[in-house]
Design a protein around this ligand. Structure first.
Ligand SMILES: Nc1ncnc2c1ncn2[C@@H]1O[C@H](COP(=O)(O)OP(=O)(O)O)[C@@H](O)[C@H]1O
Ligand SMILES: O=P(O)(O)OC[C@H](O)CO
Length: 499
C-alpha cells in the first residue's frame, strides 16, 4: 500500500494562516493555526508583512507535520490563499520590496475612477471578467512600482518578481526556484485574459505592469515544484494551488453547473458554477475562473462582499462590545427582532453589486431602547442581506433558482446567522460536516495530482451535509426587513454611485 496518502494543505487567509493534514477520508488529522498582524498605515490602506506570513506558514506547516509524525506519509502540498493581495520581491535576495498590499486596500480608488472616466472599463470587463475597482491586483502592483525607490527600473530589468500570496509562498517553499501562480489567482489581477487563459498584453500596457515581473500561470492541479528539503526534512511536491474562494468551491464539491457556495471569512464570496462557459453579468457580478483541472476550464459568476466576519471582528476590536465572535449567536437569539436597527458594513467601501469604494459604514434606526444585542444582531443580519443582494443579481443573470446554498468559513459556524440567511434567501442553506472546505479544496487539488484521489466523482462522494437550515420566517415580515435594508444601503452610497 502507498504510504504517501495524506495531503498537507496550507490555507493563508486574510487574518490567519492554517496548516492542516488531511487523510484520504477527509479527516483533518492535524491542524495548526496562527493569526497575524493587520497594518492600517493610512485611511483605507491595508497591508500585511509578507515575511510574517512566510514565517507563519513555515511554523504552522511544521507543527501540523510534527503532529502526524513527520512528512513520511505526505503525498503533496496544496496551497490556497487570500486572493488579489500582492507581493513584489527581489529575485536575488527573495526580500519583499514593500509590505503586501491587501485586497481590502483602497489606495488606488482614484486611479480606478480615472480609468473608468477614460472609458476603459468595457475592455477590462471583456478580457478579464472583472471591473475597475481597487480590490484587484493590477493597480496595487503599479502603485508599488511607482512608489518604492527604483522599483520600476528594477522591474523592467527583470530584477523583481511579483505575485499573489500563493506565488510568493511557492517561491519561498521551492527555495526561489519556481515563480508560478495558478489560473484562479491570475484571474484576479486584471491582467489575465480569462478566455485565452494567458496574460493579456493590452491589459499589461493599460495598467503599466512589465511582463518580466509576472509568474508563469499553471492549472490548479499539477506538480508546481518541490520544496527545499531543508524546510521539512525531505522534499515535498507542491501539487495544487488555488485562490481560497475557488478552493472552497472545490472543497464544497460544487463541480456541477448551477451549484453555488458562499464562504464567510473576513469577507464573503459567493461563487456560482456556470460550467465551461464564461457568463457575462448584467448586474455587476464578476466572471471568473472557478478552477482549471487538466484541459478543462470551469467558470463562475462571483459576488464579492468585502466585510462579513470583519464586521463581527469590529464589534470585538473596534467597539469592545464582545470578547469572542461566537457571543453574537446568543446575543442575536436574545432579542426577538432587530428593532429597526440596521448596520451597513461599508468599512472599506462596498463591493458587489454596488462597487462603491467611497461608500462608508453606517448604523441606523437607533432609539434609546436599542442595546448591544441589537447592534450585534444587525451586524449578522447585514451579512445575510448582502448575500441576498448577490443571489438576486445572479438569478437575474440567468443563474436560475438555487436548490440550496452551501456555506462555510469562520462565520458559518454561527447557527443563528445560517438560519437568518435561509430566511432571507428563501433558499435552504447547507453546512457541510467538514467546514474547513478551503483547505480541503486545496488538498483535493493536490491529491488529484498525486493520486491520493482519482477523479472528481470520487471527490463529490466525500461531501456530507452537517446541517440544513430551511427558510422559516413569515414572508411579509421578511419582505419588510429586506425593504428596510435597501433603504439603509441607499444612505451609505457615495453621490456618484447613488446617482
Ligand atoms: N461564531 C461566529 N459568529 C460570527 N462570526 C464569527 C464566528 N466565529 C468566527 N467569526 C468570524 O469569522 C472570521 C474568521 O473566519 P476565517 O474563515 O478564519 O477568516 P479568514 O480566512 O478571512 O481569515 C472572523 O472575522 C470572525 O469575526
Ligand atoms: O481571507 P478570506 O477568506 O476573507 O478571503 C479573501 C478573498 O480571497 C479576497 O478575494
Amino acid at each position: 500500500m502507498n504510504k504517501k496518502n495524506r495531503i498537507l494543505a496550507i490555507d493563508q487567509g486574510t487574518t490567519s494562516t492554517r496548516s492542516i493534514v488531511f487523510d484520504r477520508d477527509i479527516t483533518a488529522l492535524a491542524v495548526a493555526r496562527v493569526e497575524f498582524a493587520q497594518h492600517y498605515p493610512d485611511q483605507g490602506w491595508v497591508e500585511h508583512d509578507a515575511e510574517e506570513i512566510w514565517s507563519n506558514v513555515l511554523s504552522t506547516a511544521r507543527e501540523a507535520l510534527e503532529k502526524v509524525g513527520g512528512p513520511a506519509t505526505i503525498a503533496g502540498i496544496g496551497i490556497t490563499n487570500q486572493r488579489e493581495t500582492i507581493v513584489v520581491w527581489d529575485r536575488e535576495t527573495g526580500a519583499p520590496v514593500h509590505r503586501a498590499i491587501v485586497w481590502q486596500d483602497r489606495r488606488t480608488a482614484a486611479v480606478c475612477a480615472r480609468m473608468r472616466e477614460q472609458g476603459h472599463e468595457a475592455l477590462v470587463r471583456e478580457r478579464t471578467g472583472l471591473l475597475l475597482d481597487p480590490y484587484f491586483s493590477a493597480t496595487k502592483i503599479a502603485w508599488i512600482l511607482d512608489n518604492v525607490d527604483g522599483a520600476r527600473a528594477r522591474a523592467e530589468q527583470g530584477k523583481l518578481a511579483c505575485g499573489t500570496i500563493d506565488s510568493f509562498l511557492l517561491w519561498r517553499l521551492t527555495g526561489g526556484r519556481v515563480h508560478a501562480t495558478d489560473m484562479t489567482n491570475a484571474a484576479r489581477t486584471l491582467l489575465f485574459n480569462i478566455h485565452d487563459c494567458a496574460w493579456d498584453d493590452d491589459m499589461l500596457a493599460l495598467f503599466n505592469v512589465p511582463r518580466a515581473i509576472l509568474p508563469d500561470v499553471r492549472t490548479n492541479s499539477e506538480i508546481f515544484g518541490e520544496t527545499d528539503p531543508a524546510l521539512f526534512g525531505e522534499a515535498l511536491k507542491v501539487a495544487g494551488m488555488a485562490g481560497d474562494q475557488n478552493a472552497a468551491m472545490v472543497g464544497q464539491a460544487c463541480f456541477r453547473p448551477g451549484t453555488a457556495k458562499a464562504t464567510y471569512g473576513t469577507g464573503c464570496f459567493a461563487l456560482l458554477n456556470t460550467g465551461t462557459r464564461p457568463v457575462r453579468s448584467e448586474n455587476r457580478m464578476l466572471t471568473t475562473i472557478a478552477y482549471r483541472i487538466g484541459d478543462e476550464t470551469t467558470y463562475a459568476l462571483e459576488g464579492s462582499i468585502f466585510v462579513a466576519g470583519a464586521a463581527i471582528r469590529w464589534l470585538r476590536d473596534g467597539l469592545n462590545l464582545i470578547t469572542h465572535a461566537s457571543q453574537t449567536d446568543d446575543m442575536a437569539t436574545r432579542v426577538p427582532h432587530s428593532h429597526g436597527v440596521y448596520m451597513v458594513p461599508g468599512f472599506v467601501g462596498l463591493g458587489a453589486p454596488h462597487w462603491d469604494p467611497d461608500a462608508r459604514g453606517l448604523i441606523c434606526g437607533l432609539t434609546l431602547d436599542a442595546t448591544a444585542a441589537h447592534i450585534a444582531r444587525a451586524a449578522l443580519e447585514s451579512v445575510a442581506y448582502q448575500t441576498l443582494d448577490l443571489m438576486d443579481a445572479m438569478r437575474e443573470d440567468g443563474g436560475g433558482e438555487l436548490s440550496a446554498l452551501r456555506v462555510d468559513g469562520g462565520m458559518s459556524v454561527n447557527d443563528w446567522f445560517c438560519q437568518f440567511l435561509a430566511d432571507m434567501l428563501l433558499t435552504p442553506v447547507e453546512r457541510p460536516q467538514q467546514v474547513e472546505t478551503t483547505a480541503l479544496g486545496a488538498a483535493f487539488l493536490a491529491g488529484l495530482a498525486t493520486g491520493v484521489w482519482s477523479s472528481i466523482p470520487e471527490l463529490e462522494g466525500t461531501w456530507t451535509r452537517g446541517h440544513l437550515f430551511r427558510p422559516a420566517m413569515d414572508k411579509a415580515q421578511r419582505d419588510s426587513m429586506v425593504a428596510g435594508w435597501h433603504m439603509a444601503v441607499r444612505r451609505t452610497l457615495s453621490a456618484s454611485v447613488a446617482a
